[in-house]
Write a protein that binds this ligand. Structure first.
Ligand SMILES: NC(=O)c1ccc[n+]([C@@H]2O[C@H](COP(=O)([O-])OP(=O)(O)OC[C@H]3O[C@@H](n4cnc5c(N)ncnc54)[C@H](O)[C@@H]3O)[C@@H](O)[C@H]2O)c1
Length: 283
């Protein structure tokens, strides 16, 4: 008996990283999966995004657990693509119980007018809202939505810097996801549909493990390596660790989508090893 037997989960950004981890954890508890990922590059993102091969690997690993999966290449910025992907999954599985708005990018840009800010807010905010929008018509009492924010949206000053429009777009999008969660959760509550957001600190995925982030954590070095950055990564946490693992986030997701959390809604939950205790959360 799994905690999610007979349920169906729609997961964005499922080709790799946290999205794949969530797919495997939920499938391990009996859920069938509708997985989407862009599987293409976005110009303002300074690290490679997920690939078709990554998405195929998620399919292989979910099927190895004995669960069904429909995987579709789709862009969360395009509501029609998301709707088509979801419809494909619904045609196979016939229901929708769980929605994970997980896809995200951390763009980087200078002061140019196009690029980072638009891409960051399109994917990290509009993409999340599109995911919810196409899902709502299919959700019934007992359904649960979890959106992925970031502690970057809770830190003071992250939207008041000049010179990295991508990073500001990222932080503002995550900040706004938090407020959106509280406002919409109240509207969903009478329908017994729950909505929560989770806000991780550093997570050990490609979004963190790339040269641009290494340079952000080690501006004192010309070409910092992963080893150099790992000495600085713990600054964001209170517990003495450089980052958490995708599986740590999946544990929180599983709790929130299961009946164990049946009366938990409208929360913005940090999973940050105490990081935000060191500063004053903006929320
Ligand atoms: N890694 C971290 O340190 C960290 C910290 C806090 C929050 N987050 C958030 O966690 C979530 C998951 O990120 P991750 O750490 O697994 O990174 P990741 O880069 O490994 O995975 C993100 C996935 O989303 C996909 N994606 C990007 N744009 C898309 C689009 N337009 N449409 C569909 N799919 C798209 C990518 O191809 C990739 O497979 C993101 O929302 C991210 O902002 C990450």
């Amino acid at each position: 008996m799994g905690k999610l037997d007979g349920r169906v989960a729609f997961i964005t950004g499922a080709a790799r990283g946290q999205g794949r981890s969530h797919a495997l954890r939920l499938a391990g508890e009996g859920a069938d999966i509708i997985a989407v990922d862009l599987c293409e590059q976005i110009a303002s993102v300074p690290y490679p995004l997920g690939t078709p091969e990554d998405l195929a690997q998620t399919v292989k690993e979910v099927e190895a657990l004995g669960r069904g999966i429909v995987a579709v290449k789709a862009d969360v910025r395009e509501r029609s693509q998301l709707r088509a992907a979801l419809d494909e999954g619904l045609a196979r599985f016939g229901r929708l119980d769980i929605v994970l708005g997980n896809a995200g990018i951390c763009p980087w840009d200078d002061l140019s007018l196009a690029g980072g800010f638009v891409d960051g807010t399109d994917v990290d905010l509009i993409g999340v809202m599109n995911t919810v929008a196409v899902s709502l018509p299919h959700l019934k009492a007992g359904a649960s939505i979890v959106l992925t924010g970031s502690t970057a949206g809770m830190m003071k000053g992250t939207t008041e810097v000049m010179g990295n429009t991508g990073g500001v777009g990222y932080s503002w999008a995550k900040q706004t996801v938090a407020k959106y969660t509280e406002v919409l959760a109240l509207q969903l509550a009478p329908h017994n549909v729950r909505l929560n957001a989770i806000h991780p600190t550093n997570v050990n995925t490609n979004l963190l493990q790339n040269d641009r982030i290494y340079k952000t954590f080690r501006p004192d070095l010309e070409n910092p390596t992963r080893e150099d950055a790992e000495l600085a990564f713990p600054v964001l946490q209170s517990m003495p660790i450089p980052y958490i693992e995708p599986n740590d986030v999946s544990s929180l997701v599983l709790f929130l989508v299961s009946d164990d959390a049946r009366y938990i809604t409208g929360l913005n939950l940090r999973i940050d090893a105490g990081g935000m205790l060191k500063g004053e959360p903006a929320l």
